[in-house]
Design a protein around this ligand. Structure first.
Ligand SMILES: [Zn+2]
Length: 308
């Protein structure tokens, strides 16, 4: 996981959620993203939640305790050498307290898949909390300097579709794709990524992205200006080269001396200053730019007549 995304999640894990309705919504989304039901014979259903970071594991425990202080939890760390990282497992022991909790979270019948979370999403505050839970459970976001991209990877297509629908209803330009048997809901537009982060409570991250985006825009603008100037300079150099070639042709054939005084003056000035622009040449000859343009056209025409 990129460190910017980890920082965002750590900050989100520390935010306070005061309303019970929002705690339930966030916890439900977190559990849908990373929990599986563990049935334990006579004791009934428990849950096993897998978190990518200690902060997220702590968040789940905190939300569980807020809902029901009697819930028993234990945490284990597992190393995943092939991914060079650790995961944190929160075990919620099977027992009498768990079943009503699961029902309250919308996991009717102990299943993590069968129920829709619509009941949890009636209020605006809860929708934001639900999305925060989903992001904490499976989200990632590019660092501000990179191209704007935020995604939530769900293990089930049902959860991915639910997130996709919810984000679309909130008018986010959201995409949905599958990748290695995972389902990815993503945002690619800078405004959408910033709005999403603000919505779920990661205002600082949204600001960092905005600052980086403004810098990128300034840089692009400077590059465009440099490109325009380079093109202008190239045009001026090409034009000066053409003028010098015409003047040399006239000089070689002896017709330069026969030109009117103003054209001779211009030709001498150009030979003396091959590198300057037409505007600078005009200033040296104390005439207007259009006057200089007119003289240069006459010189070119005279050199072309010479060739016939
Ligand atoms: Zn709420």
């Amino acid at each position: 996981m990129p460190s910017f995304a980890a920082d965002v999640k750590n900050a989100l894990s520390r935010t306070d959620v005061d309303r019970a309705c929002c705690q339930t919504a966030e916890l439900a989304a977190l559990l849908r993203m990373g929990a599986s039901v563990q049935t334990d014979g006579a004791r009934g259903a428990g849950l096993r939640f897998t978190a990518a970071s200690a902060a997220v594991a702590r968040r789940v425990i905190r939300l569980l305790r807020a809902m029901d202080g009697a819930i028993e939890t234990s945490v284990a760390m597992e190393r995943m050498p092939q991914l060079r990282r650790r995961t944190y497992i929160v075990n919620i022991a099977a027992g009498a307290a768990v079943t009503p909790l699961l029902a309250q979270l919308g996991f009717a019948g102990g299943s993590l898949r069968s129920t829709s979370d619509l009941a949890l999403l009636r209020k605006k505050c809860c929708r934001a909390a639900y999305l925060r839970g989903a992001f904490l459970g499976g989200g990632s976001v590019n660092r501000p300097e990179a191209a704007c991209h935020l995604e939530i990877t769900a293990r089930s297509e049902e959860m991915a579709r639910a997130l996709h629908t919810l984000l679309r209803r909130l008018h986010f330009p959201v995409g949905l794709t599958d990748r290695h048997e995972m389902y990815v809901v993503y945002l690619k537009e800078g405004d959408a990524v910033m709005d999403f982060l603000s919505l779920i409570g990661a205002e600082e991250a949204a600001e960092e992205i905005e600052v980086a985006r403004n810098l990128k825009e300034v840089r692009a603008q400077v590059n465009r200006l440099v490109n325009v100037e380079t093109a202008n300079l190239q045009r001026a150099v090409d034009a000066a080269a053409d003028q010098l070639a015409a003047i040399e042709r006239l000089a070689r054939s002896g017709r330069l001396a026969a030109l009117p005084a103003d054209l001779r003056e211009t030709a001498e000035m150009r030979r003396a200053h091959p590198e300057i622009s037409m505007a600078e040449l005009a200033a040296l000859c104390h005439i207007s730019k259009s006057g200089m343009s007119h003289r240069l056209r006459k010189i070119r025409k005279a050199s072309e007549e010479e060739q016939d």
